[in-house]
Design a binder for this molecule. Sequence first.
Ligand code: ZN
Length: 80
Amino acid sequence: MGLSDCSKCWETPCQCGWDYRNWTMKSLVRFRNMIEAIIQYKSNNPDACFSIFGLRNQEQTQDDKALMEYVNNKIGERDA
Ligand SMILES: [Zn+2]
C-alpha cells in the first residue's frame, strides 16, 4: 500500500469516492471534465492506439499526443 492509495478501496486513483470528499468543487469539476474529455476522445476514436507507458523519454503514439491535446483543450475551455 503506497501513500497515495485510498484508505478505503486501496486503489490509486481512488475508485470508491472516499479520497475526493475533501477536494474543492473547482478540483472536482476539473477532474470530471478531464474524465469526460477522455471518454469523448475514446468514443470518437474507438481504434485509437495508445502506448503502454508513454512517459517523457519513451515513444508516444499519435493518439497519446492527440488525447492530451484534446483533454487540455477541453479543460481549458471550461476553466475560461
Ligand atoms: Zn477509494
